[in-house]
Design a protein around this ligand. Structure first.
Ligand code: NZQ
Ligand code: ZN
Length: 388
């Protein structure tokens, strides 16, 4: 049965070619000082930085910069960002980049004036913000995380070998986000397909839970079918606007909280993937890809009916003359085939994981309780070994 819920998503989206031109009205709502946050330089090479600066200048904004945000942003960089935001007296943080830049902007937004160690407050103790919050907006250049329309912020602490996400409330969601599919055309193939699997994983980790008849599961089947279809086109021709725009829209829906309403969700693959990330700093979507086949085979007996449905409704697996187990296994096999076809990393060794790391990765993995099987640490170890 669909559980009770309250749903609100306050992020305003500007989608499509040239969408950046539409944000002037939004910019007027905020004060003069804008902290422009970006990554390691792709936005300068692609020309997106110049376009954003031009719009900000036209709107009379004072621009302060915080570049150099790394993939999987760190506690050290967060500290630096807080100092920059305070020095700028930022009225708005404008994140121009992928999930890392957007997540980092949200972390700075709640941390700049929190008056204590933000890592401990928000990422270890999971407290809610109680101080001044700086509004965040986003110009997205990499598709996958859904950070452009959610409250998630994932930060890595290398010293503690932990990568942890805090899902903040609606006051931390980007006030507005620009989604121009052409801004993603310069992504290297590796990043592009890692993002595709991040989307798939977000959907699967909300789909593989619960046994009720739930509208969200039907929506998610449609999203997965669209993603699989468009991803095949995009790997052949990354400049196919139709495919890239469909994928961008799918990514946003996959993790803007809508499909999680009123249903259980799993998220264990993300917990294992984040622990792998804490040890290797590997690309987020690839950490999920490397462990997913082993994880889903492991939990399949506990949610067989849903795996059968996944095989039939998402992968068009023929059912005649087969047991439910065989149909379910064919679904996972079809998923693996697609993963190889689009060029994902299929094992942990290729991400730099060594046998010696496994024990530590197990300890860094948070155990979730919403999926078909609550894992033990031995289960996590077994999945990791099968994923090596
Ligand atoms: O740093 P630059 O030079 O910009 O290069 C980036 C980076 O190297 C590059 N890139 C981005 N847009 C580009 C581009 N290169 C060329 N052309 C463009 N248009 O791509 C690389 C990866 O960027 P990043 O932002 O790290 O990727 P992604 O969007 O996958 O974000 C990953 C982070 O988001 C977190 C992950 O854990 C990870 O830390 N997540 C956030 C979530 C959320 N907020 O809800 C949920 C996700 O599950 C995820 O955990
Ligand atoms: Zn993800």
């Amino acid at each position: 049965m669909l559980g009770n819920f309250t749903y609100c998503n306050p992020t305003k989206l500007f989608f499509g070619k040239g969408a950046l031109e539409e944000i002037r009205g939004e910019l007027k709502k905020y004060g003069k000082n804008v902290l422009l946050v970006y990554g390691k330089g792709s936005v300068k090479r692609s020309g997106i930085y110049d376009k954003v600066v031009a719009v900000l200048r036209e709107c009379g904004k004072e621009i302060y910069e915080d570049g150099g945000v790394m993939p999987n942003p760190t506690t050290e960089k967060l500290k630096e960002g807080c100092e920059r935001a305070r020095a700028a007296k930022a009225d708005l943080i404008l994140a121009v980049g992928g999930g890392s830049v957007c997540d980092y902007a949200k972390a700075v937004s709640v941390s700049a004036y929190c008056g204590e160690d933000p890592w401990e407050k928000f990422f270890l103790r999971f407290e809610e913000p109680d101080g001044k919050i700086i509004p965040v907006a986003c110009v997205l250049t990499m598709v996958g995380t859904g950070s452009e329309m959610n409250g998630g912020s994932v930060i890595t602490n290398h010293a503690q070998k932990l990568k942890i996400g805090h899902v903040f409330g609606e006051e931390i969601y980007p006030k507005f986000s620009v989604l121009d599919p052409e801004y993603t055309f310069t992504l290297p193939a590796y990043q592009m397909v890692a993002g595709f699997f991040d989307i798939m994983s977000h959907i699967m980790e909300q789909y593989f839970s619960g046994t009720d008849d739930n509208t969200s599961d039907y929506i998610m089947e449609g999203l997965m079918r669209s993603l699989i279809h468009s991803s095949r086109i995009a790997v052949r021709n990354p400049l196919d606007y139709e495919a890239r725009s469909n994928i961008m829209w799918t990514a946003t829906w996959a993790l803007n909280t809508l499909v999680a309403m009123g249903k259980d969700t799993d998220w264990e693959v993300h917990m294992i993937g984040q622990a792998v990330g804490a040890y290797t700093d590997a690309t987020h979507g690839m950490t999920l890809a490397a462990v997913s086949p082993a994880y889903y085979r492991f939990i399949m007996p506990y949610g067989l009916e849903k795996f059968r449905r996944f095989a039939v409704n998402v992968w068009d697996v023929p059912t005649q003359g087969k047991t439910d187990e065989e149909i379910a296994e064919d679904g996972i096999r079809a998923m693996e085939g697609w993963m190889k076809e689009i060029g994902l990393v299929m094992n942990l060794r290729d991400l730099g994981v060594t046998d010696e790391m496994l024990g530590g990765i197990v300890k860094s993995t948070l155990i979730m309780t919403g999926g078909y099987k609550v894992l033990t640490q031995d289960d996590v170890l077994q999945i990791l070994k099968e994923s090596l």
